[in-house]
Design a protein around this ligand. Sequence first.
Ligand code: NZQ
Ligand code: ZN
Length: 389
Amino acid sequence: MNGTFTYSNPTRLHFGPASLDKLGEELCHYGPSVLLTYGKQSIKKSGLYDKIVAILQAAGKQITEDPGVMPNPTVEKLAEGAQRARDCKADLILAVGGGSVCDYAKAVSVAAWCTDDPWEKYYIRMAPVDNPIIPVGCVLTMAGTGSEMNGGSVITNHAIKRKIGRVFDDLVFPRFSILNPELTLTLPRYQMVAGCFDIMSHILEQYLSGTDDNTSDYMAEGLMRSLITASRVAARNSQDYEARSNIMWTATWALNTLISKGKTTDWMVHMMGQSVGAYTDATHGMTLAAVSLPYYRFILPLGLAKFKRFAQAVWGVNAEGKSDEEIALEGLDCMCAWMQEIGLVLSLRELGATEEMLDGIAEGTFLLRGGYKPDLTTAEVRSILQQSL
Ligand code: NZQ
Ligand code: ZN
């Protein structure tokens, strides 16, 4: 392991079919005013909304509703939620939904009592949080982002075509998260598999970097193997609880800061995917799926030893009689076959991107320096996007 680091994660998790029973206990720690934040319609359709309201009422809470959080939450919706949180003097923001609702709740948490423009302060300038925040709790209905146990919060500003992720510190992490895999059984297949690729991508962004022997990489390999097995089962049988529970648990550990410890990280697939999202509003996991293979084929020669290890340790590629490059490329072929098998989108065009958008998407892609190609250029990003089209 390299580097000096601190590991801490303040989120308390309640996992399993009976985990919603813990919500009442959690609510005791907060004052009476709860901002209940959720998406468009899934929690009403599934009956979860009624259960949550009953638990809040039994705990004597005053509920202010903040519905309609969209996938890829916008800066305009953030302003609306911050106003609502101020008006009701929220003691807790309860986010019920997927990563978008959870990310949005964190954004409202820091924005409600911010005296500047929160987008400009927290997403453009990335200033430290110096105003009071409102605690966030989460009941998760979709597995993928890891937002339930991290400080990430991604907000989209369509006016300037930027989708920007901010990672807040421990204070803004959800205080608690309730993870009942049964709640994910109602997900449309498209969202379920997009979530699976989001998990895979989070792991790869942290795994495909560095050359040292690092415990974090062994953890990453275990998570990927579990995810691949579970996603195959879930894609075949949408009601398989065991598969969904493994997917939910890998999602949380893929991005709760653990497996990046002692490592540099890449995150260029996410930077490209987010810029695609700013132009197309496409489903996050699908934007990552569309750009991953062209990007990884491009950087493979620079991280050959790790790509070879990925092929053998994660995909079980037989090395006999093959060059390192052949082994590494076969690993990516296996990943491609898995992506096709579970039904991921492998082309940006299918997500609404056009040739005319590619310059703007490339310009809007932040260049990060922790991966195997630290000197990646905007022109190279443009070429990877072209191959992803
Ligand atoms: O709005 P409703 O009706 O609830 O429908 C949602 C939404 O349309 C639906 N859904 C969620 N749970 C469901 C369900 N439908 C049926 N049954 C259920 N149980 O699924 C759709 C997508 O939900 P969303 O929350 O947008 O998906 P996801 O969890 O993938 O979140 C995506 C957002 O998270 C950000 C992404 O950029 C994107 O904005 N990310 C957050 C990260 C973090 N906090 O660290 C990291 C990620 O890399 C990612 O960038
Ligand atoms: Zn992601």
